[in-house]
Design a protein around this ligand. Structure first.
Ligand code: HEC
Length: 108
């Protein structure tokens, strides 16, 4: 009696076809690595953010910056004060940091 065996094989084949052709499966992608962090607008923005974290986040948290929203002149002033307190950055980093501060912690 081969019929039950054939039926079983057919059922397995059908199950495989259904499984692999299920369009819903394509949507089950592994979660993106950066699912928790908002995607930076551009690689430059991400680099600037990293720079600010390195230059401004060592003595105090960056919450300090968020609490101190201000315009460009204000941030220029703060950066001068921070330099006096011991913060340092390369001359070419100055405008990158300043722009990031104004963009992300500007006045509301
Ligand atoms: C060398 C350590 C150091 C670094 C690096 C540093 N800060 Fe500060 N920052 C301080 C100190 C000290 C204070 C004063 C804390 C206080 O008064 O409570 C401060 C306070 C601040 C404040 C609050 C100012 C106020 O009037 O209350 C802001 C805003 C700030 N820092 C921004 C920055 C930014 C932007 C950077 C990067 C460019 C930076 N800090 C890097 C040490 C640092």
């Amino acid at each position: 009696m081969k019929a039950p065996l054939l039926l079983l094989a057919a059922a397995v084949a059908l199950a495989l076809v259904v499984f692999f052709s299920d369009p819903g499966r394509a949507n089950i992608a592994p979660p993106a690595a950066s699912a928790s962090a908002p995607a930076p607008a551009s690689p430059q923005q991400a680099a600037a953010g990293q720079l600010v974290l390195e230059r401004c986040g060592t003595c105090h948290s960056l919450d300090r910056l968020a609490e101190h929203r201000q315009g460009r002149a204000g941030w220029e002033n703060t950066m001068r004060t921070m330099a006096q307190l011991g913060a340092s950055w390369a001359p070419n980093e100055q405008p990158v940091i300043l722009n990031y501060l104004v963009q992300h912690f500007g006045p509301r």
